[in-house]
Design a protein around this ligand. Sequence first.
Ligand code: NAP
Length: 238
Amino acid sequence: MLLDNKVTIVTGASRGIGKAIALLFAKEGAKISAIARTEEDLKKLKSEIESNNGTCLIFKGDVSNEKDVKNAVEKTIEQFGKIDILINNAGFGIYKPVVELTVDEFDSMVGVNFRGVFLFTKYVLPYMMKQNSGVIINISSIAGTLGVKNMAVYAATKWAVNGFTESIMHEVREYNIRVASLCPGSVDTNFSNVAGSNPPARNKVLKPEDVAQTALLIATLPERAMLSHLILRPTNPK
Ligand code: NAP
């Protein structure tokens, strides 16, 4: 298996892209530590992984809450003794013109999409630096590489994630830690139902499993090789 005993934290693992990554990585032998706010969905993920002889810890928590993040990282270390891979995936978007967006909506998008990535990175990195290895994959978006009408703040959070990712990459590569931003176009998840206006047809866009397969590629390259920024597009969305 490609990820035998690799301890992997996946945020936003209760559904969509995060769940697909947790399932694929578990299938490849990784021990999963999964965090999201919906406990019911996390329990389903855990039983799916365990029914295939995998290992999964679950944490009901909010990635923008420092205490929840610290707790998930510390309990993962207590249980498994190391963290090999961090997948910062939790995120959401609100589709609205900027004048209609409330300050609370602004704060919550920045909180989940950017503060959450910062918090997990901050608390996981010391362990990776000590072990002189690690992989961090931030699930950003193609919206973090261009402008999107009616999604200005969402796009800005993903630009922030990309800038943060590239800077951190330079900061920790000397510890053999590889840091990547993976920027998908439209993916068939709950996200597109909530955030998109006129999203492309479901059968034309990416599947969560496509993003998971790409994350697996990033995580399993030889340690000397680092994919640091990747755009994953649907081939023919129209
Ligand atoms: P999704 O199906 O809505 O899943 C979002 C996940 O994030 C859920 O597991 C959700 O779990 C979790 N989450 C949301 N807020 C959270 C919080 N405060 N704390 C902890 N977990 C939280 O959407 P998705 O498409 O899989 O999105 C995953 C990532 O991909 C996001 O960062 C999104 O921006 C990015 N992305 C998506 C698309 C797309 O078209 N779908 C395209 C490009 C990038 P709970 O609700 O249980 O907390």
